[in-house]
Design a protein around this ligand. Structure first.
Ligand SMILES: Nc1nc2c(ncn2[C@@H]2O[C@H](COP(=O)(O)OP(=O)(O)OP(=O)(O)O)[C@@H](O)[C@H]2O)c(=O)[nH]1
Ligand SMILES: [Mg+2]
Length: 194
């Protein structure tokens, strides 16, 4: 298991020209607004307010970079699919997201977060199509599993795997409330950031 011994906020980027392009390994977090991206980052790093969280969807508007263990970066991307952000915002979001995913030099994996209680959305499926078509590695993190009975977690993961047409082995159940699944995610991060 990888221990995260230091985590610090680096910068926020709102424009393509500021996307970092160096050789430092990166892991990016994507998913519907409010799915728990920022909470997951805080839980993994064990720092409470490293990434700002909110019950109001759409809080993370820019690309936020965090430097971990002085050796790799976690990248918090803006949430998608929040109805009130409007078409123009969605176009901006998609543009910046796409540019990030295609221009990062050292993107090792994308963590695609889905809420364990809900059927994955069309936007989730579009995200996977995009990652598949550019052969960008990814895993699925099924968030908020504290909201399910323990006995239902495996079944929920199977349903998500089926809906997204992926192998169940790449579905990682997680809760930022109970920290269920944290070790498995840190193991995975260890394997890809060495
Ligand atoms: N019960 C439970 N609530 C969670 C969990 N993770 C996040 N939440 C709650 O869900 C809400 C959204 O969490 P965030 O981490 O801000 O979500 P986000 O995906 O970063 O949202 P945006 O920045 O808007 O895209 C907050 O009220 C969190 O407290 C979890 O594992 N369990
Ligand atoms: Mg956020």
């Amino acid at each position: 298991m990888k221990l995260i011994t230091s985590a610090k906020f680096l910068l926020s980027v709102a424009e393509e020209k500021n996307i970092i392009k160096d050789d430092v390994p990166e892991i990016a977090f994507v998913g519907r607004s409010n799915v728990g991206k920022s909470s997951l980052i805080n839980s993994l790093c064990a720092v409470k307010n490293l990434a700002k969280t909110s019950s109001m969807p759409g809080l993370t508007k820019y690309i936020n970079y965090f430097l971990i263990n002085e050796s790799f970066r976690i990248v918090d991307l803006p949430g998608y699919g929040y109805a009130q952000t409007g078409q123009k915002h969605i176009a901006n979001w998609a543009g910046l997201m796409e540019k990030y995913l295609l221009s990062s030099n050292s993107l090792r994996s994308v963590f695609v977060l889905v809420d364990c209680r809900h059927e994955p959305s069309e936007l989730d499926k579009m995200m996977l199509d995009f990652l598949n078509s550019y052969q960008i590695p990814y895993i699925i993190v099924a968030t908020k599993v504290d909201k399910l009975a323990k006995s239902k977690v495996s079944q929920a993961c199977s349903q998500i795997a089926k809906a997204l047409n992926v192998r169940k082995e790449i579905i990682y159940p997680f809760s930022s409330q109970t920290l269920f699944g944290k070790e498995q995610l840190l193991d995975y991060i260890d394997g890809i950031t060495k």
